[in-house]
Design a protein. Structure first.
Lengths: 376, 344
């Protein structure tokens, strides 16, 4: 058992650290500023071209085939340099990797990994949130194509995306979990209407609604078999619950580092209460980093994803919201007219207990699938 | 980085778990079963787990703090009512001071607040010092400052027992420690490294306690019926237990990291890692044990329910060498942020 770097890991860390000196794009904070998204594509491509993205993914889709623990090193060094976090799209890659055939993988995965193609995820609907399997968007066969009709919501970055990983109902005559299929839908076509959503912290780029009204997708773009949409969705959301997949440790470390620097610069401005909140944010962020080290080390045994992702999601949520409270306490709400970036970080943290499966759903899963308690 | 346990570490953990499963208390009434307790004591003594930090031939400990943490976690999980923390910290103190290993069972004496080792300056008697985890111990080690030298000294352990933790009695000790021949804490930060080990062990105990308390409450929730169904089928109960399980699982990696750091990192880094783990574990463990009491309902508030035995154990592990708030101050100090105490 060793938390230290192996020689190869140390070499990788040094190379990454040196690269970051010249390649930090200095973007505004993620998820608080719409300008972040404008620079994010270039950052993704730069990170990829530098050889530092897709570390644990297979080489034939543009990854590096390294053990997952390299992602921890990446997150640590990005945060230490003050650079933006790595793009969070591992869950899309994993969904397509596990369920797509060779043709699908070859056509779509390299573009996702290298950042040249932008993707969004069309899962949730106005009447299908936690109860995702009740989704009503339809894909009706028409020759070599399917015609898509329906309404998706919380579709992150949909207006910039070239592609959407879409769940739609292809069979109305079977139980609701069985009749869903998944598609790679081209987004630049008639029959798709974008409606951005303004979130409580003012951002308008990250979440949106998408109306599909007669949009078309080739049948060859179905990912997995007809009816395989539900297992694919479960693969995607189980990875979406994992901080190791998302790279969020880097995001939290960056926030607490900047807050701590503010306090050190002018300690007399801060009362003990807010400083202690920051202290707990430091503690919890480190707890999450080490928990991710454990999870990613377990993958060296080939341990696959089970219900444990719900533990990780709940832990990650606690940490993000503690960090959010520290941001509010140290950075202030902006009510005094000063910069309100930290207020935006705080407000964004409230979404963490909803996105990717609410904390209430995660607790149900932990209780029933892990602790073995009976269904109500 | 590969933080998986080695096969030897897994085997050690499993062997401790087996001993505790066989001989640990399964009910509050069994805490008074002297025969059972003597068998557990014999098994633990024979296994040599209390000597893991004693000096081996090269002067280093027989085992790393990771092995010590694994033993501590499993003993706590099963409410083992035998000494481990005290003798282990005594062995570490002797090793750091270059002294021969103890020939008789001994523990350590802490100052009355329990946050640091008891220190006697120039032969002054100690006032209100506490020998922790003192079952079977005839003496306790403290620090005796003699001019410019930090030595270790020994105090007899009497009968003035305090049994807040029903599994691990403390004993109040008085008098001036008698210097142990040839035992000098030469290394400048020897006591810092000792403290890091103590914080790592108490964190590991808290992890074990949390896991034991969650297991107890889950078993009860699955069998206790109200309104014609198991109470564990109610979401309100499930969510309490899910949160407790997340707290316990989230504590494991940070604690193993603290234990690894004791032997692998410079003292100030090891101290910071240990304080961080202790802050998190101490805060989490109290809530988890309170959840275990709540899930047991009225029964949980009776002496006969094991839930309070876990809570009492958690409170002692928390207080020994500093609770959540004190260790948060140590974390803040390490980060050069405003804090209330010196780092240690």
């Amino acid at each position: 058992m060793d938390f230290g770097d192996s020689p190869d890991e140390a070499e990788f860390r040094a190379r990454l650290r040196a690269w970051l000196v010249d390649n930090d794009p200095g973007l505004p904070a993620s998820s608080t500023d719409d300008d972040y998204w404008a620079g994010q594509a270039a950052w993704h491509q730069s990170l990829y071209d530098g050889g530092f993205f897709g570390l644990s993914w297979p080489a034939d889709i543009g990854g590096h085939g390294l053990p997952s623990v390299y992602d921890v090193i990446l997150d640590e060094e990005l945060a230490a340099a003050g650079a933006p976090p790595r793009p969070s799209l591992g869950y899309l890659v994993q969904g397509i990797l596990h369920h797509g055939n060779d043709d699908i993988r070859r056509r779509f995965l390299p573009g996702i990994v290298n950042g040249r193609d932008r993707w969004c995820q069309g899962f949730s609907e106005p009447d299908a949130g936690s109860d995702l399997a009740s989704l009503r968007t339809r894909a009706d066969r028409d020759g070599d194509e399917f015609v898509i009709t329906g309404h998706k919501v919380w579709t992150s970055y949909s207006d910039d995306a070239e592609w959407c990983l879409l769940l739609a109902r292809t069979d109305l005559d079977v139980p609701k979990h069985k009749g869903i299929s998944a598609f790679a839908v081209p987004m630049r076509q008639p029959g798709i209407e974008q409606r951005p959503l303004k979130m409580i912290n003012g951002i308008t780029k990250e979440f949106g609604e998408v109306i599909f009204d007669g949009a078309r997708v080739p049948a060859a773009n179905m990912i997995g078999k007809p009816g395989e949409g539900w297992p694919l969705a479960m693969t995607v959301v189980s990875h979406e619950r994992e901080p190791g997949e998302l790279g969020f440790v880097g995001r939290y470390k960056k926030v607490v580092k900047e807050l701590a620097a503010q306090v050190r610069a002018e300690p007399y401005l801060f009362k003990p209460g807010p400083v202690r909140e920051l202290g707990w944010a430091i503690v919890e962020t480190e707890v999450l980093r080490l928990h991710v080290c454990r999870r990613l080390s377990d993958r060296l045994d080939g341990i696959e994803h089970g219900p444990d992702g719900s533990i990780d999601k709940l832990l990650m949520t606690q940490v993000e919201q503690t960090v959010g409270h520290a941001a509010l306490s140290i950075g202030g709400s902006g009510a005094d007219g000063r910069d309100d970036t930290w207020m935006k970080v705080y407000l964004y943290s409230r979404a963490q207990s909803v996105m990717g499966g609410t904390s209430q759903v995660q607790r149900n899963l932990v209780a029933r699938r892990i602790l073995g308690l009976p269904d109500s | 980085m590969d933080v998986r346990l080695s096969p030897e570490q897994v085997a050690l953990r499993d062997s401790v778990a087996q001993v505790v499963a066989r001989l640990g208390p399964k009910a509050v009434g069994q805490l008074d079963d002297a025969d059972r307790r003597a068998k557990l004591e014999t098994a633990v003594a024979a296994a040599g787990w209390r000597e893991l930090r004693a000096a081996s031939d090269d002067g280093g400990p027989w085992a790393s703090a990771v092995e010590v943490a694994l033993v501590a976690e499993e003993l706590s999980r099963g409410l083992a009512d035998v000494a481990f923390l005290g003798p282990t910290l005594a062995a570490e103190l002797r090793r750091l001071a270059g002294s021969e290993p103890a020939t008789e069972p001994e523990t350590v004496a802490l100052e009355s607040s329990l946050v640091s080792i008891a220190i006697s300056a120039d032969g002054q008697p100690l006032d209100g010092a506490v020998a922790i985890d003192a079952a079977g111990a005839g003496s306790a080690l403290a620090v005796a400052i003699d001019g410019a030298e930090e030595r270790i000294g020994q105090l007899p352990v009497g009968d003035d027992r305090v049994e807040m933790d029903l599994t691990r009695p403390s004993v109040r000790v008085t008098g001036a420690p008698k210097p142990v021949p040839g035992a000098t804490l030469g290394e400048r930060d020897a006591l810092g490294r000792w403290l890091a080990l103590g914080l790592a062990i108490t964190s590991a105990e808290l992890v074990g306690t949390m896991r034991g308390a969650v297991q107890l409450a889950v078993e009860y929730a699955a069998q206790r019926r109200q309104y014609g169904v198991a109470i564990g089928s109610f979401q309100a109960v499930q969510h309490l237990l899910a949160d407790a399980h997340v707290a316990a699982e989230g504590s494991r990696a940070v604690t193993l990291h603290a234990a690894w750091a004791v032997d692998a990192l410079p003292t100030s880094e090891a101290m910071a890692a240990a304080a961080l783990a202790k802050a998190w574990c101490a805060r989490a463990a109290r809530t988890v044990c309170e959840t275990a009491i709540q899930v047991h309902g009225g029964i949980g508030n009776t002496w006969e329910c094991l839930a309070h035995v876990h809570l009492r154990r958690a409170l002692l592990s928390s207080e020994v060498l500093g609770d959540a708030e004190l260790n948060l101050d140590r974390v803040l100090a390490h980060q050069h942020l405003p804090h209330r105490v010196e780092a240690h």
